[in-house]
Write a protein that binds this ligand. Structure first.
Ligand SMILES: *[C@@H]1O[C@H](CO)[C@@H](O)[C@H](O)[C@H]1NC(C)=O
Ligand SMILES: *[C@@H]1O[C@H](CO)[C@@H](O)[C@H](O)[C@H]1NC(C)=O
Ligand SMILES: *[C@@H]1O[C@H](CO)[C@@H](O)[C@H](O)[C@H]1NC(C)=O
Length: 445
């Protein structure tokens, strides 16, 4: 009896060894994952693009990063070939994870969603599917072995919704506050922290920024110090009304909002209509963080007040502006420092008294061919749009947001979203004399 158990046990452990050597990729439980992000400047609106491996056989898929996006969508209309792609049944648990879903098909009802291109504002409908996705793990210092999620959920997009993304980019990766966003699916697949960090590089092809999902030290080559220990924190705020192009009634926004209480330039508070800074019951107002808007967007009265205070503090005459910007100077009259162009910081005083300092590198846009430099915020009008290219409303108007902190403002800052503690961590690693391209992507395996 005992010996037969022993035989089974040893046979079992032999089998286990055998299996684990062939499926090492799935049995290894990572604490954190790493994704590269490159800045694509080939189209009129710069976009931040990440890469995952998907399908069987695995292919590299390029996706525009949408920090406030609710899900991942990929173009299935052209070039989607995979032996492991599965449709999701209507009414299934997987389908219910997508808030606003629908049913389509005659005999077998399939789960459908509404993939939106948040750069252009164009939405369509498409099936929810699952497929294999593979990404690299990390210990926070460098990239490690690849891990696989066998049933990663996404919505099928099409050519029409893909239009407006850079060449070679076939979808968008949403990092928003939903159960089916990219970080949520990975943290539930591997049971790691509902936390991620994003560090966008200002450079293009050869200087990759990084996204780290889960818990890891953040090492950017600065004295080998762990930046996760040196972050400033502010609470995340929930906007009760969806700001997505398509949503169901009563659905909250899955974008990340923070509480800006005042704006200070050269020690002077900028006079603002404070009621624009909070979110009202219709979801209007407040401050959000966006990676699909390359530059910050300010409601028109805030824009005018900030521009006026900034011009006064810079103390140099303005020149005729370069679209889409409205406040520009002669570059050689500004000069530069280690923190970028020599302009006063724009200080966002946050809800808990913590200050987000926007240094010259994050407030100014320079041009390679002209001697002009502009304030990197655009005037969003009295009802700032969610996307720059033009929003085509499908379910009525979205509520408008007073302040959008855009890609330029985020570059070379480490931004941590901690969903479990509902807080946002941030730190300029440029001020630490490092930058987001210093993450070591050389794999240790
Ligand atoms: C994804 O982007 C990389 C880098 O820009 C490019 O080399 C590659 O061709 C793209 N992939 C596809 C499928 O277009
Ligand atoms: C301040 O903004 C609120 C919300 O848009 C508006 O109702 C109010 O009239 C504004 N107040 C002033 C003094 O402009
Ligand atoms: C990057 O990581 C690899 C693998 O861990 C290591 O061999 C290499 O020394 C690291 N490079 C730098 C510059 O730290």
């Amino acid at each position: 009896m005992i010996s037969s158990i022993r035989i089974i046990l040893s046979l079992g452990s032999f089998l286990l060894l055998f299996i684990s050597s062939t499926t090492a990729k799935t049995s290894f439980r990572p604490k954190a994952l790493v994704l590269p992000v490159t800045k694509d400047i080939s189209s009129s609106t710069p976009q931040y693009v990440t890469q995952i491996k998907q399908r069987t056989p695995l292919v590299t898929v390029n996706l525009t990063v949408d920090l406030g996006g609710g899900y991942v969508w990929v173009n299935c209309q052209h070039g989607y070939v995979s032996s492991t792609s599965k449709s999701v049944a209507c009414g299934s648990a997987q389908c219910s994870l997508f808030g606003s879903s629908s049913c389509s098909g005659d005999k077998v009802k399939l789960c459908g969603g509404f993939p939106s291109n948040t750069v252009t504002g164009v939405s369509t409908s498409g099936d929810v599917r699952s497929d294999v996705v593979s990404v690299e793990s990390t210990d926070g210092n460098s990239a490690g072995r690849a891990v696989t999620v066998p049933k990663f959920l996404f919505i099928c997009g099409s050519d029409v919704v893909q239009k407006g993304l850079p060449k070679g980019v076939t979808g968008m990766a949403g990092f928003g506050r939903t159960k089916v966003s990219l970080p949520s699916q990975f943290s539930s697949a591997f049971s790691f922290s509902r936390k991620f960090a994003i560090c966008l590089s200002s450079g293009t092809i050869n200087s990759k920024g990084v996204i780290i999902l889960g818990d890891a030290p953040y090492n950017f080559g600065y004295l080998n110090s762990d930046i996760s220990k040196a972050l400033n924190f502010t609470p995340l705020i929930t906007n009760p009304v969806s700001t997505a192009p398509i949503s169901s009634l009563g659905e909250p926004s899955y974008e990340y909002f923070i509480g800006v209480k005042s704006i200070v330039i050269s020690d002077k508070e900028v006079p603002l209509n404070k009621s624009l800074l909070s979110i009202n019951k219709n979801g209007v107002g407040g401050t959000k963080i966006s990676t699909v808007n390359p530059y910050g967007i300010l409601e028109t009265s805030i824009y005018k007040a900030v521009s006026k205070a900034f011009v006064k503090a810079v103390g140099v005459k303005t020149v005729s502006p370069v679209s889409p910007f409205g406040t520009c100077f002669t570059q050689h009259e500004i000069g530069s420092t280690q923190m970028g162009p020599a302009v006063p910081d724009i200080k966002l005083v946050l809800q808990n008294g913590v200050v987000w300092d926007i240094i010259g590198a994050n407030s100014m846009v320079q041009f390679s061919n002209i001697d002009v430099i502009c304030l990197g915020f655009v005037d969003g009008g009295s009802k700032p749009k969610s996307s720059q290219v033009g929003f085509i409303p499908m379910t009525g108007d979205q509520p408008t947001t007073s302040i959008t902190i855009g890609g330029l403002q985020l570059e070379n800052n480490l931004i941590q979203v901690d969903l479990a503690r509902s807080r946002l961590g941030f730190r300029s690693i440029f001020s630490d004399h490092s930058n987001c391209a210093n993450f070591n992507f050389t794999s240790s395996v």
